[in-house]
Design a protein around this ligand. Sequence first.
Ligand code: SAM
Length: 438
Amino acid sequence: MEGAGGKPTAVVAVVTEPRFTQQYRKYLEKQKLLDRQHRVKKLRDGTVALPVLREVLLEQHLRELRNRVAPGSTCVLTQLLDPVPSKKAQSYSPAQRLCLEVSRWVEGRGVTWSAELEADLPRSWQRHGDLLLLSEDCFQAKQWRHLEPELWETVASALGVQRLAKRGRVSPDSTRTPAVRMLLGDHGWVEHVDNGIRYKFDVTQCMFSFGNITEKLRVASLPCAGEVLVDLYAGIGYFTLPFLVHAEAAFVHACEWNPHAVVALRNNLDLNGVADRCQIHFGDNRKLKLSNVADRVNLGLIPSSEEGWPIACRVLKQDAGGILHIHQNVESFPGKTLQPPGSSEMEEHWPSPQQIISTQLKNGAPSDSRRKTLSVATKPEWQRWAEAAETRIATLLHQVHRKPWKTQILHIQPVKSYAPHVDHIVLDLECRPCPLVD
Ligand SMILES: C[S@@+](CC[C@H](N)C(=O)[O-])C[C@H]1O[C@@H](n2cnc3c(N)ncnc32)[C@H](O)[C@@H]1O
């Protein structure tokens, strides 16, 4: 989400001789015609151009200027192609600018501006290059309907973009498809560059979470050279790509059942030059045919990836085992924080991606010596969920491989706050088959 804005490419201005500037300004201000967002400009021929609100300006205003306000003045209209924002406009936040420009435009269309309309304007949005993705909870009042589609041009212009889309709810099914509708522009394809990786996708068909950047950075820094990874919920490649490009995984099996995400994933693998190290398994991962191949499994589905746990256990290498990265939304309650031994008060922020939570070892298994661990606080609910997940997975591993396995909680990584008191976290769970004893 962001709050940056832009400026329109052209404004309309009334041109007159410099000696009439003050009379013109006074009249235009009084009539609420003056565009306060842009500066008055001196033109090459010595005349001045006063930016005006074209939606409310009538021929009759021009006549009045010419005949009554400043008799004898030249009064013509022009377009200023590169208008300079006024000092006042520069100090506005994008949301304020949006409010100002939309309210003026709406009034120019004869609709009364109201507190209800103002409260219905967007306060935050996702910017994807020249496309702005508005959240679901704005432009819901009935009055807007009569103002479409031109309204969207005013909104886009106020926020400095060419295309506009509006989000509905992320579908409750596991495709996590966002019900996104284009308001302005003829397609929803956008491009992002994150940590040197290019992602292209259609915002109307695939989801993108800016909040997962911490986890993308973290997986990029994992030591995966020579490893085979199974990404059970690959999407457009949010994790598959950092594993391949930065963590140097030797090969990734990427599972995805949303055909639009698969198109984007294939394209993104090509764009980043790693298509030869990835096999896409299109379809429901619960029907995946693979087994006994993986050193690592990524289970990036929230609110829970639990349905994928049996598959994750099955694809792990039978003789060597590996590491699971299990995403989960965990509910917790304010005020409770587990302090690791020797740590001081926990600050009110999450650790950076590089900070890793070390938790107590279970089953006497050795720690992953390649990892740098840093003790920071975790919430008791996270710890409890992780322990329950560990127990469940140890049971599944035993069932799937018909022999006992050791499991060990390596880390619990907070990714983002998903909702009040709900945190998206990742559990790194090491799973190793127990050595056979004679
Ligand atoms: C949350 S998105 C993944 C995005 C990434 N993990 C993230 O958090 O940004 C989950 C992806 O898993 C896919 N998916 C969910 N259930 C699946 C299943 N049973 N088989 C294959 N793909 C599945 C969805 O289509 C979606 O693209």
